[in-house]
Write a protein that binds this ligand. Structure first.
Ligand SMILES: [Zn+2]
Ligand SMILES: [Zn+2]
Length: 159
């Protein structure tokens, strides 16, 4: 029986070019689509497709192939992209008095496991194109962060 935290049982995923690899303690549960202008620059396509998990549930297996940066002044989010294919690999968010969060692009998730489905669009007001689906769509910075907060908290306190 595998024990929680047993590194031999972490799930592995890689970027589209295969150079940058991560390991996850478990499959993230919360997945969202972000249309903010930073995600539009960092992600291929019109928006980010990403999941939320605790930072300590993610390990970067190839730190030498990932460049980290803050893409906006004073942003608590540090985004890492693959130095070979420029695809986002993982982003870490420092939280005051709480465990750090990690954002893992859906493209980085292990392919041999059932993946979570996207639950919502955020920052939809700055979308590049309309998306026709049944998911809730939230516009504006504050409202977008507010709807994501329950997912943050569940990810943080998930056991
Ligand atoms: Zn975004
Ligand atoms: Zn790559």
């Amino acid at each position: 029986m595998a024990k929680r935290g047993d590194k031999n049982h972490w799930l592995e995923g890689c970027c589209p070019c295969g150079t940058s690899r991560i390991a996850l303690a478990r499959m993230p549960r919360h997945r969202f689509l972000c249309h903010c202008t930073i995600c539009q620059n960092v992600y291929p396509g019109d928006y980010a497709d990403a999941t939320i998990t605790r930072a300590d549930a993610v390990r970067l297996l190839t730190p030498e192939t990932v460049t980290f940066g803050h893409y906006k002044a004073n942003s608590p989010l540090e985004r890492g992209v693959c130095t070979s294919c420029a695809h986002p690999v993982v982003a870490f968010m420092k939280m005051p008095a709480m465990p750090d969060l990690a954002f893992v692009p859906a493209a980085m998730l292990p392919k041999n496991r059932a993946q979570p489905r996207p639950t919502r669009h955020i920052f939809y007001g700055t979308r590049k194109a309309d998306v026709i689906d049944d998911l809730p769509k939230t516009s504006g910075d504050l409202a977008s962060m507010a709807v994501l907060l329950p997912d943050f908290l569940t990810a943080l306190f998930r056991r």
